[in-house]
Design a protein around this ligand. Structure first.
Ligand code: B1M
Length: 697
């Protein structure tokens, strides 16, 4: 009626499923909290575009103040999970779900959900009655419901009556400077601007506020991160609060006022497309008082030299993901030296090491080159370089004798042992048939399906910084795990609006000839491409070509090749979020895209096993897939078994991934960053190995 007859937009219709007090003892309202949450879920299910609203604090009417805060926060959390859009509540009197002590959260959940009491029954008058109460309040009879409700009201009231008002001096009670630092440490903006205004009203110049309590907060964030008490995701939220504070104060600063502790020109080196690492470094440096000029990706030395002359930075930061990029850093360093540049270089990247930096890059630059294993190390190095008392030591410790270092990228084939096939790989196996040898190009529609193939350790652990078994902790409702999961679900919601997963793959007939692997189409005699893979020089003498079975009755074996990507539009969206100060979302989008590409590789590899006639048994778990416990393996060029990145050109010639929007750079890297390529073999003896000599570290 409202939409059709009166033409209202669904999102302009707001349903309030009502909240009933759960702690007044009124029998009519027991279980009301569960039904309200269920109501929200049903409304959103039936009418996904309308909105829902609730007056939260009514649920805790009658409880002591401290208890009300926790019950309101826990109730709001579950309502939001069910789909609540709007809440009428005093945000000041809300606790971050993540920081509610477990015991208090359980007291609130027991009361809200009428959970059967587990403890404290021995000396409770109705202990016997409560010992056998059903878990679901709906199955409890009237007497049981009232008894359970009474029990939990008493338990939570007693806890808050006796518990000395939370030691944690209410934020409001903290001295103003401590409160300002606390906003940064907690990564919250509720009340931040009011308190900044209070501080300004006390006559504090904006710059002193930044360099004072706010920087104190950021320094504490750095200390907590290095002490493993804060994870990357939380550091990003603290940086967001810092950005919000500085942006607010900047309007009151004199033009000349600059909180800048120094300036860094940052770039991903020539031929490399990776910027998730570099962008994290930018966010951390920028929100710790450094001016950062981020030149982006694939930056050639000449552009770096121009940027140096234009911005006169105190240091130059070079980033790169692959060994090829590390080699490019040597060239870049010597070009910068030849241009007369002498400021310290900071270098970082997944395939880089301190040893490579000292022995290869530093000698080519002749001045200080500092290896930063992560963004926080980058910050510490910059702080030490900009601090006159520590600078000399850092420079001396990171300056190598300037004898330069020549780059050799070729893999010397000379010493390949006489072995032409590893004794470890059987040949007497039947060649499985493949369903099709056609080239397949797909827009993979179902994001959620592919996201079920994401390895939680990589997304929540490696990229967002969670320490420990994320899935286990999430199942235990660990607050940090719950909050990170919830925040990444928000990122997924945004990604669902634009993320595209594309794949191209094909099976090829193939024949091995020692280290050579010939690929054919349509039974032709002439190979369409030949790869030369390196062979281990000792041990099992493994070489990828060994995984191809010799012809059987004139029938050749097959391999599959694929390229997948989830990078379309990600860089722009991530850049936009970063510029708007939404750092968690910015990093989260890039991390999600990267792991979505990896997940799509896992999903496609499963399909390829099906097309090869050995589908995964139903009982196979994702964890088993993440540790490749299935027949055959996929090998990505650049990885230890096939370190020659140049072989990517063979994939590009045969699969033409440009059609799915993936370009190969002059450094044989794939643009966009969130892309993966691989060659897939079905041989049951496949294993991941390293040929050990191609990469020098
Ligand atoms: Co792949 N990958 N990968 N990869 N990947 C590596 C790097 C590799 C070492 C794995 C291996 O061999 N075991 C290998 C490189 C070996 C080599 O160089 N030959 C490799 C390869 C080969 C590849 C592909 C080529 C495989 C293929 O598909 N054929 C392919 C290339 C993709 C492309 O061209 N677009 C590829 C793809 C990918 C994914 C996209 C799936 C994914 C994301 C890559 C990314 O991070 N952008 C990925 C991942 C996740 C990895 C590993 C597992 C982890 C990298 C990581 O942590 N990234 C990595 C193996 C490993 O390291 N264990 C591997 C997260 C990012 C935030 O960290 O970039 O290191 P990072 O930045 C950090 C620090 O390095 C430092 O601070 C940052 C934040 O803390 N830092 C700086 C970086 N820059 C700095 C600058 C500074 C200061 C600090 O200046 C001030």
């Amino acid at each position: 009626m409202l939409t059709e007859k009166y033409g209202l937009e669904p999102e302009d219709i707001i349903f309030d499923p009502l909240v009933f007090p759960c702690a007044t003892g009124d029998k009519n309202y027991i279980g009301g909290a569960v039904e309200t949450i269920e109501g929200i879920r049903l409304i959103k299910q039936a009418l996904p575009n309308v909105r829902t609203i609730l007056g939260i604090s009514n649920v805790s009417f009658g409880l002591p103040a401290g208890a009300r805060e926790v019950v309101n926060s826990v109730f709001l959390y579950y309502c939001t999970k069910a789909g609540l859009d709007l809440a009428i509540v005093n945000a000041e009197k809300l606790e971050r779900f993540a920081s509610i002590p477990t015991q208090e959260r359980e007291l609130a959940e027991n009361l809200l959900f009428s959970h059967p009491p587990k403890a404290g029954l021995a000396d409770y008058s109705k202990g016997a009655l409560l010992g056998t109460v059903p878990a679901d309040w709906r199955e409890q009879n009237k007497v049981q419901r009232a008894a359970v409700n009474q029990f939990h009201i008493a338990a939570i009231t007693e806890h808050f009556r006796t518990a000395k008002k939370k030691e944690k001096a209410r934020a409001a009670d903290l001295p103003l400077d401590e409160r300002l630092a606390n906003y940064i440490i907690e990564g919250t903006r509720d009340g931040l601007v009011d308190d900044l205004e209070k501080k300004r009203a006390e006559g504090a110049p904006p710059l002193d506020i930044v360099n004072g309590p706010l920087m104190t907060g950021m320094a504490e964030v750095g200390r907590l991160f290095n002490a493993n008490e804060l994870i990357v995701a939380e550091v990003l939220q603290s940086a967001e609060a810092m950005k919000a504070a500085v942006s607010h104060l900047e309007q009151f600063m004199e033009k000349a006022d600059t909180a800048k502790r120094g300036k860094v020109v940052l770039a991903t080196v020539k031929g490399d497309v990776h910027d998730i690492g570099k962008n994290l470094v930018e966010i951390i440096l920028r929100n710790n008082g450094y001016d950062v000029v981020n030149l982006g990706i694939k930056v050639p030395p000449e552009e770096l030299i121009k940027a140096y002359q234009e911005h006169k930075p105190d240091a130059i930061g070079l980033s790169g993901l692959l060994v090829k990029s590390a080699l490019q850093m040597i060239i870049t360093a010597s070009d910068l030296k030849d241009a007369g540049i002498q400021v310290p270089l900071l270098v970082g990247g997944a395939a880089l090491s301190a040893k490579f930096t000292q022995t290869k890059i530093a000698p080519s630059y002749g001045k200080a080159v500092c290896y930063a294993k992560d963004a926080m190390t980058g910050l510490r190095l910059m702080n030490e370089l900009m601090n006159p008392t520590t600078r000399e030591n850092v420079v001396r410790a990171h300056t190598a004798s300037a004898n330069g270092y020549a780059v050799s990228t070729t893999i010397s084939a000379a010493e390949i042992p006489k072995v032409t096939r590893s004794p470890r790989v059987r040949t007497d196996l039947p060649i499985p048939r493949v369903a099709t040898v056609e080239r397949k190009v797909r827009l993979v529609p179902d994001l959620r399906d592919i996201w079920s193939y994401i390895n939680p350790f990589m997304l929540y652990g490696r990229h967002m910084g969670f320490r420990g078994d994320f899935e286990k902790r999430l199942a235990e409702r660990d607050s940090k795990a719950v909050e990170l999961f919830e925040n990444m679900e928000e990122v997924k919601k945004e990604a669902a609006e634009f993320m595209k997963i594309r794949a191209v793959w094909q099976f090829f007939e193939t024949e091995a000839d020692g280290e050579l692997l010939h690929l054919f189409v349509g039974g032709t005699q002439e190979p369409v491409h030949t790869f030369r893979f390196a062979r281990q020089r000792q041990g099992d003498y493994l070489c990828l070509s060994d995984y191809v079975l010799p012809q059987q009755n004139g029938r050749r074996d097959h391999l599959a090749m694929f390229v997948v990507t989830a990078g379309e539009g990600v860089r722009e969206r991530s850049e936009k979020a970063k510029n708007e100060g939404y750092y968690f979302k910015s990093h989260g989008l890039q991390a999600l895209a990267i792991e979505t590409a990896e997940a799509c590789a896992e999903w496609l590899h499963r399909r390829i096993r099906e097309d090869w006639g050995f589908p995964d048994p139903p009982e196979r778990t994702m964890a088993q897939r993440f540790t490749s416990r299935y027949r055959g393996k996929r090998y990505s060029f650049g990885y230890p078994a096939c370190p020659n990145l140049e072989d990517q050109a063979g994939i590009w010639k045969l699969l033409r991934p440009e059609e799915i929007g993936v370009q190969l750079t002059e450094g044989f890297m794939m643009d966009p960053e969130a892309s993966v390529s691989a060659v897939v073999f079905h041989h049951p003896d496949c294993t991941y190995f390293s040929i050990g000599e191609a990469t020098e570290s």
